[in-house]
Design a protein around this ligand. Structure first.
Ligand SMILES: [Zn+2]
Ligand SMILES: [Zn+2]
Length: 731
C-alpha cells in the first residue's frame, strides 16, 4: 500500500472537473473526485479517503455517484502518470480474475515513494590540499579519497577504519568538502553488440525469426521449443538485442528469480552488464530505483519474477517468458493469476512481441503452437558437441536394495563409476527434510500438524518435526500421545536429508551437498551450492526441484531420480504433464558438456506413460496422448475450469456456505458445477477448506457465469471465498 508523501505542490487556482479515481484497495471501484480540468487517465493524484490520503490514479470519466457536497479534491502528483497500456492491463486482469480493479492496481503501485521528487544525498569528496603534518588516520582517509569517488561519512569511517570524527575534522580543515549526489544511479546500459556469440544453424534460424518479430513492432507470440541444452537463451538474447537496438524495453520473466545468478552472468557476458532485477527480495530502495527507471524508459532490460508484469514500462518492445511451463508463474494468493497467460495479454495490449521458451512446453502452449496460433520455433539438437543423455528405468519392484535404503544397486554402480571418472552427479528427490512421515511403531499414530490436516515432516539437521504448510514445528516426541509407548516413533520414507545420509555411508570420500527449497536453506545458500557445483568443488548434489531447472553444469554426467512416482495429485488433470516436465528437466541436467550423460529413473511403475515417454525420449508422442485424454474429458485447453475455495475457522459455517453456494448455482448449457467437497488438505493453518469446481465448455463465458452466480449469494463475513480462474493446483 502506498501512503502519499506529505509534500504537496502549491496549487494555483485551476478550473475543477470531476473524474473517477481508482485507489489501490481491494473491494472498491473508482470513486469520483474533483480534479483540475484536463487530467487524463493514468495521471497520479493524492486523494483523501476518510482521514487518510492515498496515492490514486485518474481512471476515467466520473460516474456521478458522489454528490457535489461530498465531492473531495484530489491533488495531482506533478508529472506522474502510469502508461495507458498498464491501466488497460489492470482492468483486463481484474475482469479476467474477478478481482476489484483496485486490488490489481495495488500490484502496480507497490513501491513506496516511487513518485516522490528525487532526493539528493550529501557526500564528501577531496577538497584543498592540507597544510602541515597529518595524523595517521587523516592520512589514511585522504589516501583512500584520492581516487576521486564521493563517499558518505559513515562509509569513509568504515572503509578507512577510522573513527567518525576524522572525516568531520577534515571537512573543517577544508581537506574534504560536501557535494550533492543524485539519489539514484542511472542503470548501466546493455550493449546489443557487446559480445555476439556464434549460434548453431537451428539457433540462428530461431534468432532471425525473433529479431524480425521484434522489428515489426506488433503483437505476435512465438513458442521457442528447444530440448534441454539447445541454447534457447542465446537464441532469445538476439531478440533482446534487437529490442535494445530499436530503442525499446525488454522484460524477461523467470520462474525463480532468486536462483538465477547463472542467468544474470550469461546476460552480462552477452550484453556487457547485468539486467535490472525485479523480485520480492529486493530492498525497498532498489525497488524504487528500478521502478523509476522502468517508468522513465531508462531501464532497458528487466529480468524479473511474475510481479514484474505490473511494472510501468514506457515503451515495451518484447516480453520473454523463460521456462513458460513452470508452475511458479501462478500467483496463488491475493490476486490469483497466471503470469504466462497474463504476459500474453500484456504483449497484446502493448502491441509487441512475446516469446515463450521451454523444453517441455505446457500443453496449452503446445496446442496453440500446433494450431498455428503461435509461431513454433524448434531447436531439436543440443548445442555444440553435446548429445541427449541415455535414459534407463530402474524397476524398484525387483531392482531395489536392502530394506530401508533408497539407492538401488544399479544407481549405486553408476554413482561409483561417475565418481571414479571425476565427473559430477545429481540425485533428485522432490521432498524436503528427512522423512515425510513419522509413525508410532506400536499403535500406528501418525504425527500430524495441529493447524493442518497434513503430516509433520522430520528435519533431522534441525532436530524438529515441521509442517510444510504452516511452518509449525515441534520436537520429535519421546512418548506417543496415543499409546504412551516410549521412543516408538520411526521415520517412514525418504526426504533429501535421508538420501544424503545413505549416500554418505556408501561414499564417505565424495564431496556432497544438499540443495533443498529456499524456505529452509535460503536463496544465498542455494546459490552457493550452485556455484560450488559449477566450480567443481562438489561431486554430488542431492536436491529437490531447486536443482532441476535451468542450470548448466558441463561436468555433470549422471542424474539419478530417486523416486519418480512422487508427484501426481488428486483430481488434477495436469499431474502427468507436470511429472513429465519435472523429470525431463532433471534428466536434462545430465551430459550438457562434451561427455555423454546418463539418467537413471527409479520407479515402481515402469509401464506408466510418463516413464515410457522419458525412457524413449518421446515427448511429442506423450503430449499427443495427453491431448486426446484432455479432449475426451473436456479438460483445459479444451474446456474451462474455475475453482471456488471457501475457507474459515468455523468449519460448520464453511460447509454450510459451500452447500448454499452449490444450491444457488445457475443452470447453464455447457456448465457443470462439482462439489462442494472437502479440499485435499481439509484444514490448513487452522482454516477448514471446501472446494467447488466449475467445468465449462470452451466457448462459455465463465467469468460472466460466475458473476451472475456470486451476485445471488451472500458469503458470511467469517468465511473467505477465493476464486481461481484456470486453477493449476487442486489442493
Ligand atoms: Zn503409539
Ligand atoms: Zn500446518
Amino acid at each position: 500500500m502506498v501512503e502519499a508523501a506529505s509534500h504537496t505542490a502549491s496549487l494555483a487556482p485551476v478550473s475543477r472537473a470531476r473524474a473517477a479515481v481508482l485507489l489501490p484497495l481491494p473491494l472498491v471501484g473508482a470513486y469520483d473526485y474533483a480534479v483540475p480540468e484536463g487530467l487524463a487517465r493514468g495521471c497520479l493524484v493524492r486523494a483523501p479517503l476518510g482521514k487518510r490520503e492515498l496515492l490514486g490514479v485518474v481512471w476515467g470519466k466520473a460516474d456521478g455517484g458522489v454528490s457535489q457536497e461530498k465531492l473531495r479534491e484530489a491533488v495531482p502528483v506533478e508529472g506522474a502518470r502510469l502508461p495507458l497500456a498498464l491501466c488497460d492491463f489492470v482492468d483486463w486482469v481484474a475482469r479476467y480474475t474477478l478481482n476489484a480493479s483496485g486490488a490489481v492496481l495495488a500490484q502496480a503501485l507497490r513501491v513506496e515513494g516511487a513518485f516522490a521528487p528525487e532526493m539528493y544525498r550529501r557526500a564528501l569528496i577531496l577538497g584543498s590540499t592540507p597544510a602541515g603534518k597529518l595524523t595517521k588516520a587523516r592520512e589514511r582517509v585522504l589516501a583512500m579519497m584520492a581516487d576521486g569517488l564521493a563517499r558518505m561519512p559513515a562509509e569513509i569511517a568504515e572503509l578507512a577504519g577510522v573513527g567518525a570524527g576524522v572525516a568531520k575534522g577534515l571537512v573543517e580543515s577544508g581537506a574534504l568538502r560536501w557535494v550533492d549526489l543524485p539519489e539514484f544511479v542511472s542503470p548501466a546500459e546493455p550493449d546489443p553488440s557487446f559480445d555476439a556469440v556464434t549460434l548453431g544453424a537451428d539457433q540462428l534460424r530461431a534468432a532471425e525469426h525473433l529479431r524480425e518479430a521484434v522489428k515489426k513492432r506488433e503483437f505476435s507470440v512465438a513458442l521457442l521449443d528447444g530440448v534441454t541444452g539447445s541454447g534457447k537463451t542465446e537464441a532469445y538474447f538476439e531478440a533482446v538485442a534487437e529490442c535494445i537496438a530499436q530503442g525499446k524495453q525488454a522484460l524477461i520473466l523467470l520462474p525463480e528469480i532468486a536462483l538465477t545468478v547463472q542467468f544474470l552472468d550469461r546476460f552480462a557476458a552477452r550484453f556487457g552488464c547485468r539486467p535490472l532485477e525485479w523480485h520480492s527480495d529486493l530492498p525497498m530502495r532498489e525497488r524504487k530505483r528500478v521502478y523509476r527507471a522502468v517508468l522513465s524508459g531508462e531501464a532497458r532490460v528487466i529480468a524479473g519474477a511474475r510481479s514484474a508484469l505490473f511494472l510501468p514500462f514506457k515503451k515495451l518492445g518484447l516480453i520473454v517468458v523463460d521456462e513458460e511451463h513452470e508452475q511458479a508463474y501462478k500467483q496463488e494468493e491475493g490476486v490469483i493469476y497466471h503470469a504466462r497467460d497474463m504476459a500474453v495479454v500484456r504483449a497484446r495490449l502493448e502491441n509487441c512481441a512475446i516469446v515463450l521458451a521451454s523444453a517441455t512446453p505446457s500443453l496449452e502452449t503446445y496446442v496453440n503452437a500446433k494450431n498455428g496460433r503461435y509461431d513454433w520455433l524448434r531447436l531439436s539438437k543440443r548445442h555444440g558437441a553435446a548429445e541427449m543423455p541415455d535414459v534407463r528405468l530402474v524397476d524398484m519392484r525387483n531392482e531395489h536394495g536392502e530394506p530401508g535404503t533408497y539407492l538401488s544397486p544399479p544407481l549405486r554402480e553408476a554413482l561409483s563409476r561417475t565418481l571414479a571418472e571425476r565427473e559430477q552427479a545429481l540425485l533428485f528427490l522432490n521432498r524436503r527434510g528427512y522423512a515425510p512421515l513419522t509413525l508410532c511403531q506400536k499403535c500406528g499414530r501418525k504425527e500430524t500438524c495441529i493447524n493442518c490436516s497434513a503430516w509433520m515432516v522430520e528435519h533431522r539437521y534441525r532436530k524438529k518435526l515441521v509442517c510444510h504448510h504452516c511452518a509449525y514445528e515441534t520436537a520429535i516426541p519421546k512418548t506417543c500421545a496415543q499409546c504412551g509407548e516410549e521412543n516408538s516413533f520411526i521415520p517412514c520414507g525418504p526426504g533429501v536429508e535421508r538420501v544424503e545420509e545413505e549416500f554418505r555411508a556408501a561414499f564417505p570420500n565424495a564431496r556432497v551437498a544438499v540443495a533443498s527449497s529456499d524456505t529452509f536453506l535460503g536463496p544465498a545458500q542455494a546459490q552457493a551450492v550452485i556455484r560450488a557445483l559449477s566450480a567443481g568443488d562438489i561431486d554430488v548434489v542431492i536436491g529437490t526441484q531447486i536443482v532441476a531447472k535451468g542450470h548448466h553444469f558441463p561436468q555433470l554426467t549422471l542424474a539419478g531420480i530417486v523416486d519418480a512416482d512422487l508427484g501426481g495429485g488428486a483430481g488434477d488433470p495436469r499431474s502427468a504433464e507436470r511429472s513429465f516436465q519435472l523429470l525431463y528437466q532433471v534428466a536434462g541436467r545430465s551430459g550438457r558438456g562434451e561427455k555423454p550423460g546418463q539418467v537413471l529413473i527409479q520407479t515402481r511403475n515402469p509401464e506408466d506413460p510418463v516413464m515410457q515417454a522419458l525412457a524413449a525420449n518421446s515427448r511429442d508422442a506423450f503430449l499427443e496422448e495427453q491431448i486426446s485424454e484432455r479432449e475426451r474429458n473436456r479438460a483445459p485447453p479444451f474446456g474451462r475450469l474455475a475453482a471456488l475455495i471457501l475457507a474459515g475457522e468455523d468449519g460448520v459455517r464453511v460447509r454450510e456456505t459451500g452447500r448454499a453456494l452449490a444450491l444457488a448455482a445457475p443452470r447453464a448449457r455447457g456448465v457443470v458445477v462439482w462439489g462442494p467437497a472437502p479440499a485435499f488438505y481439509q484444514v490448513l493453518r487452522g482454516r477448514t477448506r471446501e472446494r467447488l469446481l466449475v467445468q465449462a465448455d470452451k466457448n462459455v463465458d465463465i467469468q460472466g457465469y460466475l458473476r451472475t452466480w456470486l451476485a445471488e449469494v451472500k458469503i458470511p463475513s467469517n468465511v473467505r471465498l477465493t476464486i481461481d480462474i484456470d486453477p493449476i493446483s487442486f489442493f
